[in-house]
Write a protein that binds this ligand. Structure first.
Ligand code: CO
Ligand code: CO
Length: 316
């Protein structure tokens, strides 16, 4: 992509952030994001909900407020009944309404494989953008959803997932990151991003490289949907997760006792994952309480340090 030279572009592609931020006046900037993917669960309504929650998440990760959304749809109208599409769109519309906004248009094409997602437009004050590239040494890292979603959705596709694993993964994926965003806006934080396709370590690497810092992760503090451990031991791992681990490996120092299963979990490609928030140490308790007030469990999973690599250790 060519380099962009526009003074109103506050956040563009250079820092691998969650959404673009474009200033339109001294007190308003537009936040714009697009996300879509193929079904991660069998039920079309649930797929619609998950895809919408995932698309909205990039608005929340910037500390912004969503305004409206557009549908992006690919659907095999000759091989699947249109009722399936209706259910996908109903799931998306209801999730977007839960976020307090509406879907106001969109575009669809005929395609052999169904795909669904949203373009979401939001607003933020130009001075209140929460970027992923402004973490500071001394911050602590807080994660708001458990890992293991990619491994569990792969188990679903292979018919190996238990009912309880499916239910846990679906409720995690369909949950909005709105409350987590409200809490971090209220408290004031250094940086944030949501955990999606590049996994915890991939998104953390973007954060530390953009911020010019290093990080340490405590494996025992990272929340994981329990069944993911069993599936990863049985080699149920998505291709994206394996590529993520390869991609980050040059920049990660593994502590003693970190096995390959743990490396894969920390690299697991998430769909609609949680928010990873970098907050100054003195505001840690404030943020944890603000999350708790909104029924979100924040896990302190690590810290930001001077340096440039990620260190993963077994215990804090
Ligand atoms: Co994102
Ligand atoms: Co995204």
């Amino acid at each position: 992509m060519p380099k962009i030279d526009d003074p109103n572009l506050l956040v563009g592609i250079s820092t691998a952030d969650d959404a673009a931020v474009y200033k339109i006046s001294d007190n308003m900037a537009i936040v714009e994001t697009v996300d879509f993917f193929t079904p991660v669960v069998d039920d079309p309504y649930t797929f619609g909900q998950i895809s919408a929650a995932n698309a909205l998440s990039d608005i929340y990760a910037m500390g912004a407020k969503p305004l409206f959304a557009l549908n992006i749809v690919a659907f095999p109208s000759k091989t699947l009944p249109l009722e399936v599409l209706e259910e996908i769109l109903r799931g998306g519309a209801e999730k977007v309404r839960e976020a307090g906004i509406n879907i106001v248009g969109g575009h669809s094409i005929d395609d052999p494989e169904p795909k669904y997602g949203l373009v979401v437009t939001g607003i933020v004050h130009p001075n209140k953008v929460i970027a992923n590239s402004t973490a500071r040494a001394g911050d602590v890292l807080i994660l708001t959803k458990p890992l293991g979603i990619g491994i569990i959705t792969t188990a679903i596709k292979r018919g190996k997932a238990s009912q309880s694993a499916i239910e846990k993964a679906v409720s995690v994926m369909a949950a909005l990151n709105r409350e987590a965003a409200e809490a971090m806006i209220e408290v004031g934080v250094s940086a944030a991003t949501d955990i999606t396709g590049f996994g915890l370590l991939g998104h953390l690497l973007e954060m530390i490289q953009g911020s010019g810092v290093g990080a340490r992760i405590f494996l025992d503090r990272v929340p994981v949907i329990e069944e993911a451990w069993e599936y990863v031991r049985n080699e149920i791992v998505p291709g994206g997760t394996i590529s993520n681990l390869e991609y980050v490996s040059n920049c990660v120092e593994w502590g003693e006792g970190i096995g390959n299963d743990a490396k894969l979990i920390l690299s697991d490609a998430q769909t609609s994952g949680g928010m990873m928030i970098s907050v100054p140490k003195e505001k840690e308790v404030l943020l944890l309480n603000a999350l708790k007030d909104r029924n979100i469990i924040g896990a302190v999973i690590g810290e930001i340090l001077e340096g440039k690599n990620i260190t993963v250790v077994c215990q804090s």
